[in-house]
Design a protein around this ligand. Structure first.
Ligand code: NAD
Ligand code: DAU
Length: 345
């Protein structure tokens, strides 16, 4: 196969490229990434060294004509789209950039995939498109309504609908995955787990939004990548596949666990104003991919957490480089200042 992977210098995309190059020795991969704040230069180098003869990098935007050039030049037969603005908090401060990449960018990928010979298109989506659950609700299935709460999740839902419409209208080869919260090495330290680990290691306070009893359904990133691989090969066209390890944990519990493992005091926990429209609980039913494609996650929560913490301890230069950038401090300061219920979105 000749694959175009977009957003491959980000967290999950980089793990997926690593997975492809290690498990499919005959596949060729082109990585198109705009190298936004979320992409680490070291990740780019790391991937380049994995399999230089089967991997190439193109710096660019999924919303540009570069997509067509890459498909033609590299005879691409499959696109897997990880490129996105991915952080809910940022989408509250700047929804426009989310619509630009997550909606307009996806429309451009779909256009070129169609124009240049029905290239298979895998859209990597999220459980956030379903909205929020109450504690007693059953988990989301692929048939649950789409009730996104944030500009981020709305933009992802929009992309899903656009992709499905291209399957119906143009018979494009489309499959969609919707996964729960990922964790693992190389995640940008604006997201909860790496933020907690990094702050704890530096003895800094840990901001907990609202009462901290929100629940997320955690999956180790390698299990997500294996699932996408299976959907890409075996998934039924025009269908959606939920991906989850069924590991629901309240935020405060996960934070306390990390502090305990790192032998840091609970006094680092600082309750701050809640995220507007903060989804209370995510829980995803993944029976379909398990029963129809035989996917099973391999990494339990405790093991994944220990591997993740270990990686952040061993690679402090990696996350310090990101955190020391001026934009990150600017963003964090602005975010905390603007996050009031009255803030104009
Ligand atoms: P990330 O923010 O770590 O990485 C995103 C990557 O996309 C970065 O390398 C960035 O440079 C690139 N990018 C951004 N805009 C681009 C553009 N216009 N053109 C080309 N490249 C661009 O994100 P992530 O956490 O790895 O998430 C990857 C995908 O998986 C996203 O689509 C996200 O919605 C989805 N997802 C994430 C999670 C999660 O828990 N992180 C869970 C389910 C689904
Ligand atoms: O569910 C899948 C989604 O998971 C992905 O689609 C998104 O791309 C990804 O960012 C993630 O979204 P969340 O909003 O769930 O992740 P985040 O790490 O931002 O927050 C996780 C939980 O922790 C959430 O309840 C908010 C809370 N939180 C987060 C941060 C950054 C805090 O309490 N304090 C914080 O500082």
């Amino acid at each position: 196969m000749n694959l175009l992977i977009t957003g491959g210098c980000g967290f999950i995309g980089s793990h997926f490229i690593e997975h492809l190059l290690r498990h499919h020795p005959d596949y060729k991969v082109v990585n198109l990434d705009a190298m936004t704040y979320a992409a680490h230069p070291q990740t780019k180098e790391f991937l380049q060294n994995l399999a230089p003869s089967r991997y190439s990098f193109v710096h660019g935007d999924i919303g540009s004509a570069l997509v067509g050039e890459i498909i033609k030049t590299h005879d691409i037969d499959t696109i897997v789209n990880f490129a996105a603005e991915s952080h809910v908090d940022r989408s509250i401060l700047d929804p426009g950039s989310f619509v630009q990449t997550n909606v307009v960018g996806v429309q451009n990928l779909l256009y070129w995939a169609r124009k240049l010979g029905n290239v298979r298109f895998v859209q990597v989506s999220t459980d956030e498109v379903y909205g929020s659950l109450e504690p007693s609700d059953a988990s989301f299935t692929e048939h649950s309504h789409l009730v996104p709460s944030s500009p981020y999740s709305a933009s992802k839902a929009c992309a899903d609908l656009l992709a499905l419409s291209c399957f119906r209208t143009f018979r494009q080869e489309i499959v969609i995955t919707r996964c729960s919260n990922n964790f693992g090495p190389r995640q940008f330290p604006e997201k909860l787990l790496p933020l907690v680990i990094a702050n704890a290691l530096e003895g800094k306070s840990i901001p907990v939004y609202g009462d901290g009893r929100q629940v997320r359904d955690w999956i180790f990133v390698a299990d997500h990548c294996k699932a996408i691989d299976q959907v890409m090969h075996q998934g039924k066209l025009g269908e959606v596949y939920n991906i989850s390890s069924n590991q629901e944990v309240p935020n405060l519990e996960i934070i306390s666990k990390i502090l305990q493992i790192l032998d840091k005091p609970a006094s680092l926990i600082t309750f701050v104003k809640d995220r507007p429209a903060h989804d209370r609980r995510y829980a995803l039913n993944s029976n379909k991919i398990r029963q129809q494609l035989g996917w099973v996650p391999a990494t339990g929560f405790e093991e994944g957490l220990s591997r993740t913490i270990h990686w952040y301890i061993e690679n402090s230069a990696w996350w310090k480089q990101l955190r020391d950038k001026a934009f990150f401090d600017y963003y964090t300061a602005n975010y905390k200042a603007k996050f009031t219920p009255e803030a104009k979105l």
